[in-house]
Write a protein that binds this ligand. Structure first.
Ligand SMILES: C[S@@+](CC[C@H](N)C(=O)[O-])C[C@H]1O[C@@H](n2cnc3c(N)ncnc32)[C@H](O)[C@@H]1O
Length: 292
């Protein structure tokens, strides 16, 4: 098996039409296909990882444990942007299996933590993966919960969240300005946003990326331009919008990990993300902003 999602095709998933808030291609990849189970990802996370904190010499063989650590460390990088997080209400937009939500609770003391995802199968997987933390299994009520809902229509009241974060989900959002408005709406005055994923560096890059990377061509990902994403946050009323490229901690080690795994090294197009980075088409970014 490879990193690659199934070939794009016209068929609906066997269990019915796509969830209303997701394009068919996105719904399929996180529905029946369950991207978290492919070996390029590991440990139930679905992100490229942030690799700078791994122990040992930089040129050593990378293991599956390193891969999981890189994915957790991407969450740690994001959550580390929040000042005094203990006891603050957090929202993870595009939470996938919800393992980053559990990490936010466990390591950062954010509480309650709400994981939001637009795919009902992902919400079911998140509830399953974190069952021991949920009230039904004796977890304290209100510490962790998973909610079905879309980034562009967050089912939470105005001003109800202190720390809103999103890890490798915004490349799927069709309506980024809508997400930015919703983020500004649900954050309390003084609340903080931290968003990380890969974006196109320029408009011209956004036009070139579908040629190189099938997920842009087949409708899984959208080549949002990073400056336009930042402008959407500002236009939504968020302040202090900062953009930090973090690709030097992502693309080369991710590609090295792929190259070292016999079942992944021949995975042809996923290895092109490093090319896209090195040729200046895309980068991985951490965006932060303040509300109110
Ligand atoms: C690449 S996964 C990342 C999951 C998790 N953040 C992680 O790092 O492991 C992207 C997730 O975003 C969700 N997603 C995609 N579009 C969404 C939208 N418009 N609103 C909310 N969630 C969305 C998908 O269902 C999927 O679970």
């Amino acid at each position: 098996m490879t990193q690659q999602p199934p070939p794009a095709g016209p068929a609906d998933p066997p269990d019915g039409p796509a969830p209303p808030d997701l394009p068919e291609r996105v719904a399929r990849v996180y529905g029946e296909f369950d991207l978290s189970t492919v070996p390029a990802f590991a440990g139930g996370f679905i992100n490229f990882g942030y690799w700078t904190g791994l122990p040992g010499p930089a040129d050593r063989e990378l293991t599956t444990a390193d891969r999981v650590r890189s994915e957790e460390d991407l969450y740690r990088l994001v959550l580390g942007t929040f000042d005094r997080p203990r006891g603050r209400t957090a929202l993870d937009v595009g939470c996938g299996r919800g393992l980053g939500c559990a990490l936010a609770l466990r390591e950062f003391g954010l509480e309650p933590v709400i994981g939001l995802d637009a795919h009902p199968d992902q919400i079911a997987r998140a509830r399953d993966a974190n069952a021991d933390l949920l009230p039904a299994a004796g977890g304290s009520p209100g510490r962790l919960e998973f909610l079905l809902g879309a980034a562009q229509r967050i089912p939470l009241p105005d001003g109800s969240v202190d720390c809103l974060f999103s890890v490798e989900a915004a490349q799927h959002f069709r309506d980024l300005p809508g997400f930015a408005r919703e983020a500004a709406r649900v954050l309390r005055p003084g609340g903080r946003l931290a968003l990380t994923t890969f974006f196109a560096r320029t408009r011209a890059a956004a036009r070139a990326l579908p040629e190189l990377l099938p997920p842009y061509a087949d409708g899984l990902d959208v080549p949002h331009v990073v400056d336009e994403v930042a402008a959407s946050l500002t236009a939504a009323g968020l302040r202090e919008v900062r953009v930090r490229p973090i690709g030097d901690g992502v693309w080369e080690p991710y590609d090295r990990y792929m190259a070292q795994q016999p079942e992944l090294r021949d995975d042809e197009w996923p290895r092109r993300y490093l090319t896209a980075y090195e040729t200046g088409l895309l980068d991985y970014y951490l965006l932060t902003a303040a509300a109110g």
